[in-house]
Design a protein around this ligand. Structure first.
Ligand code: FNR
Length: 182
């Protein structure tokens, strides 16, 4: 069984990106277990808090999830042509403690959805220097940019468009194949 950890970078209830992650869980091949991690409850990074109290429990949970995963799927919204601070904050926390070792060489894939016409292309590119710094193994064998999200998700953020689900299934299968390459 191939284990992928998925993270959506949005806290919005009807988030397109959380919906995209839910759909990814549904369309993943039988041989793949895609486990969504929760970014809820992660405080803003504060070095004093870290010194005084260590890593917050939600961060420790996320690190354990990453340690147990063969690969990481980032499902990123785009804010002002970049990575949302909420999401970057989570990855920054996860890189603390023994976290750098968890990212080192870890295969990572990035997808995203936005209501505009460019489907998070800038945010996905914005992740590159972060992933390089973390020495992650970015998988570039597939591309998934969900644009005009309001037309393919319902009001609850569920992916309703069959063609997009097929593209997502192909993306996840390709990433899983990469994880099983050895
Ligand atoms: C946005 N949004 C947005 N969308 C985009 O495609 N490019 C962008 O640069 C921005 N910029 C931006 C800035 C800020 C501060 C907000 C709050 C929003 C719109 C964004 O894609 C939209 O809110 C999505 O619904 C966010 O993703 P979730 O929460 O639906 O997953």
């Amino acid at each position: 069984m191939t284990h992928i950890m998925g993270l959506s970078g949005s806290l919005r209830r009807a988030s397109f990106n959380s919906g995209l992650l839910r759909a990814a869980v549904q369309v993943a091949p039988d041989s793949v277990k895609l486990s969504p991690g929760s970014i809820r409850g992660v405080p803003l990074y504060d070095a004093d808090l870290e010194t005084e109290q260590g890593l917050p429990l939600p961060v420790q949970d996320l690190q354990q999830g990453l340690a147990a995963a063969d690969g990481l799927l980032l499902v990123t919204p785009e804010y002002n042509n970049g990575v949302p601070g909420v999401f970057k904050n989570v990855i920054d926390w996860m890189s603390r403690g023994d976290g750098l070792a968890l990212f080192d060489g870890k295969p990572v894939a990035v997808v995203g959805a936005s209501p505009g016409g460019f489907g998070t292309v800038m945010a996905q590119a914005h992740w590159l220097p972060v992933l390089r710094t973390l020495k992650a193994d970015l998988w570039t064998g597939g591309r998934m940019l969900v644009s005009r999200a309001a037309t393919v998700f319902d009001d609850d953020g569920n992916l309703t468009d069959e063609k997009t689900r097929e593209m997502l299934a192909e993306f996840i299968a390709g990433f899983a194949k990469h994880l099983n390459r050895n």
